[in-house]
Design a protein around this ligand. Structure first.
Ligand SMILES: Nc1ncnc2c1ncn2[C@@H]1O[C@H](COP(=O)(O)OP(=O)(O)OP(=O)(O)O)[C@@H](O)[C@H]1O
Length: 817
């Protein structure tokens, strides 16, 4: 921590709050001193490109600091992802038809729209706050734009490279161990959060600028497991809500997603005992480009043809493949070049073949002792045995992450292994609630559709008895719009956060002064509890204030619960009410209450509460009926698909009838309960680490954990080490050339393409979108949108005018007196 950063750090609290990620629903693109600006981020070099978008180095301009202050410009990585639109979809389909077949071609289209995927990635990243997981700081999600922007922690060291052009390893065994150790900690945390990464590979491990630690990145195909989350929550933390529309169903795991060479056998299980044309009938000899013999893995073949459960263990397998790559400069399983279907052959190899080891490992060429080392506890023998456990084809016999962590080779070189194990243990209470994930979608723009509005208005006057859906909509009184289109930059954030470092929307507005002076309104001041809301939801906030003033807080019987909205709203009928004219039982039939209803966008368009094929209104009315039915008859709860999945995976005898309870889900993961708060752990870690030259990326004075300044709610509160990474330079604190000597030259990782498919079929294509066409257009046209752009967005609009509505899922209903 340097002198300049100290003042920032001392104010930073360390509570774990996934709501920390800022959501901004207005993007202002302009130029400042010739540089493209996106809100208060100055865009610099492009640092990467994925299937869905590009990643740029940006500097956040922090106006609270004077010119020249190192914290005035903070480097961040900004990933821009284009939403799906009909024209882009058409274009992509056309392009795909012309693409040649390749084993490494990404398959991404089967997981739904690009936007759904990016939202899933955002929802997952929002949960993550760990020294070995890349942090998400802000989402810029302006519905009127073609792109969503993710502002992340910038990892200047780049991705972990592991082989040279001759397929030789470029990392020493020591470096490999430290990378794997960091990855284990990050993974352990993710699993604890209920997240299965699904794409662990060297390319998704990013170095910090000083190359002392790596962090897990890219949650594009990650899975948020309800079962895993419940398991991690432990008995006391269960806040189960079977109706939660956002928590992902575990059957999603059966989709094939990840990078082919890193896929676990259970993912491609259908290739088990299925000899490839290029391999021998006994299981085949598939050379891995090594001089050593690759022989059939009789002891490690998959136990049966029944699909094994797909669990977090797939990450453990991928970690094993990663370890192998770093040690030997190649992947353990390869497709037979002679085989006709390359990917088929690769999967066949993963399922049926054993892997080989070279005589030496790492760039320092330490001896391995062969594939089946005997006796002595040499480093080579230790690693090969660990690989044996990691690359265990039978998922039930595969080593767990806990066991990996306490493996001898992993702990090797640590000054105090016991202490390391203790302080790095992920703990902290986890509650399963709708808020965390819905925040990813909490900011919704829409355009007025006057045809629909007028129909709605007239229908309101026609309707005499109040309909159930209206009841539902009123209960969601937090959803309000600004019909005057006066909203400026809107931000969402948990009102629980303190104001000390809140984003300075005034300053931000000033920054774009001249561009939108007429339309930008700064926040109106602190809210009643002294916390300034990030959201400029004037209607909703005032409604909340009313409620706060006039209703004494009565503790709820189930205080921690933040269930699905349909449940809560239904419960409102008996337990809660919001003190506003809209929700008053007396005012319920007043025209004014009905008018309030029309501002609810869930009437107009499908939203996240609408299951596919059902209109939101249907959803609302069904939900209310369902709720009362379930209240009287709990056994009437419909089964979630995850329960079906569980039935499928577990023997029938073990699956009792009845609804899938939290305990049953949790037991399928078998994890204990957790008590320690994350902040407590982080402070413990900070105070416990000692400096060690030998283990620079794990143990250091004020080391990797200590430099965690856990609560940069906005990028303006980035930790000092990030802030000082490149305080004044215009150029990116790039992957330093000098490092190549130590870490070997950068080289291409050809196995880094990610696939995601629904049915395991191979398809070719790329989702690469064009460059920031819309942004440049904005810049060139001074912020005006072209007709072409409008065409993209206005696919289903008739006569529309732009405005916005903000939806806050964090609104709390007041208990009834
Ligand atoms: N936070 C970051 N800091 C530094 N570089 C990053 C960061 N995030 C991504 N990158 C770089 O940008 C590249 C592209 O990242 P991105 O996640 O978009 O692509 P990807 O890993 O191929 O994922 P996808 O599955 O979406 O294609 C990465 O390979 C990495 O080098």
């Amino acid at each position: 921590m340097n002198q300049n950063g100290a003042s920032v750090i001392q104010h930073i609290k360390a509570p774990f709050d996934p709501g920390d990620v800022v959501t901004t629903d207005r993007l202002n693109a302009y130029r400042d001193e010739g540089r493209p600006m996106l809100n208060n981020y100055a865009r610099h070099a492009k640092i990467g490109e994925g299937q869905h978008g590009e990643v740029y180095l940006c500097y956040q301009t922090n106006p609270r600091y004077p010119q020249g202050h190192p914290n005035r410009r903070i480097p961040v990585a900004m990933k821009s992802v284009r939403r799906d639109n009909p024209r882009a979809k058409q274009f992509r389909q056309l392009r795909q038809q012309r693409l040649p077949t390749s084993a490494h071609t990404p398959l991404v289209d089967r997981l739904g729209t690009t936007e759904a995927k990016i939202r899933k990635e955002i929802a997952i990243m929002k949960k993550c706050r760990h020294p070995h997981v890349v942090r998400l700081y802000e989402i810029i999600d302006d519905r009127t734009r073609d792109k969503i922007y993710m502002v992340m922690e910038y990892l200047a060291g780049g991705e972990v490279k592991w082989k040279n052009e001759h397929d030789q390893p470029i990392l020493s065994v020591d470096q490999t161990r430290r990378i794997i150790r960091d990855a284990v900690l990050g993974l352990e945390y993710l699993h604890h959060q209920g997240i299965i990464h699904r794409d662990i590979k060297p390319a998704n491990l990013l170095w910090t600028e000083d190359r002392r630690q790596v962090k897990i990145a890219d949650f594009g195909v990650s899975h948020f497991s309800y079962a895993q989350r419940l398991a991690a929550a432990g008995k006391d933390g269960l806040v189960e809500d079977p109706e939660d529309p956002i928590l992902m169903d575990d059957t999603d795991l059966t989709r094939r997603a990840g990078t082919p060479s890193f896929l676990a056998p259970e993912i491609v299980y259908e290739h088990t005992n299925d000899p490839s044309p290029g391999s021998s009938s006994s299981g085949g000899v598939l050379t891995a480009g090594s001089s050593s013999l690759t022989h059939a893995a009789s002891s490690q073949s998959m136990p049966s043809m029944q699909r094994p459960p797909i669990t977090k263990s797939i990450d453990v397998w991928a970690l094993g493949v990663t370890l192998y790559c770093l040690l030997f400069g190649k992947t353990p399983f390869v497709a037979d070049p002679a085989a006709a279907g390359t990917e088929w052959s690769l999967y066949n190899s993963i399922c049926n073949n054993d892997w080989s080891v070279d005589d030496t490992m790492g760039s320092d060429c330490l001896p391995t002792g062969g594939r089946h080392p005997t006796g002595e506890a040499t480093e080579g023998a230790m690693v090969v045995r660990l690989l044996d456990h990691l690359l265990q084809k039978d998922v039930k016999a595969r080593i767990t992450l806990d066991e990996v962590k306490s493996n001898k080779w992993i702990l090797r070189g640590l000054a105090e292994p016991e202490k390391w194990l203790r302080i790095t243990m992920p703990r902290g209470k986890i509650n399963v609630s709708v808020d965390e994930t819905s925040d990813a979608m909490s900011s919704v723009h829409f355009r007025w559709n006057w045809g629909v509005v007028s129909r709605r208005i007239s229908s309101l006057f026609r309707r005499s008895p109040r309909e159930p859906n209206a009841d539902f909509q009123d209960a969601r009184g937090a959803v309000r719009s600004d019909p005057h289109g006066q909203l400026g930059i809107r931000r969402h954030q948990s009102a629980r956060l303190d104001d000390a470092f809140s984003f300075n929307a005034n300053a931000n507005a000033r920054r774009v002064e001249g561009k939108q002076r007429s339309e930008t309104r700064p926040p109106t001041g602190p809210s009643s509890n002294g916390v300034r809301s990030k959201s400029i939801e004037r209607w909703a906030v005032s409604a909340r204030r009313d409620a706060t003033r006039s209703t004494p807080a009565i503790p709820e019987p189930n205080q921690g619960r933040r269930g699905s909205l349909p449940f809560l709203f239904a419960e409102r009928n008996t337990k809660y009410h919001t003190v506003s004219s809209q929700s008053s039982p007396i005012a319920i039939d007043k025209p004014r209450a009905r008018f309030a209803n029309i501002f609810n966008i869930s009437h107009w368009r499908p939203n996240k509460f609408s299951p596919p094929g059902r209109s939101p209104t249907e959803t609302a009315s069904v939900s209310i009926a369902e709720v009362s039915r379930r209240k009287t008859n709990p056994a009437a709860r419909p089964l979630r698909r995850s329960e079906e999945a569980l039935r499928h995976y577990r023997p029938k005898s073990q699956v009792s009838s009845g609804p899938l309870t939290a305990e049953r889900r949790a037991s399928s993961w078998g994890q204990g309960d957790q008590t320690m708060e994350f902040a407590e752990i982080s402070s413990l870690i900070s105070s416990s680490y000692e400096h060690s030259e030998r283990e620079p990326n794990v143990v250091s004075l004020n080391g990797p954990y200590a430099d965690r300044t856990f609560a940069p709610r906005t990028p303006s509160r980035l930790s000092t080490n990030v802030a000082t990474a490149s305080p004044t330079s215009e150029d990116p604190p790039s992957r330093r050339d000098g490092d190549d000597e130590e870490f070997g030259p950068a080289c291409l990782d050809e196995d880094s393409s990610t696939i995601a498919s629904g049915d395991g079929e191979w398809r070719n294509g790329s989702d690469l979108d064009d460059d920031d066409g819309d942004l440049y257009n904005d810049l060139v046209n001074g912020g005006a949108r072209s007709e072409e752009d409008d065409d993209d967005d206005d696919d289903d609009s008739e006569d529309q005018e732009e405005t916005a509505v903000t939806f806050s899922p964090r609104r709390r209903l007041q208990p009834m007196e």
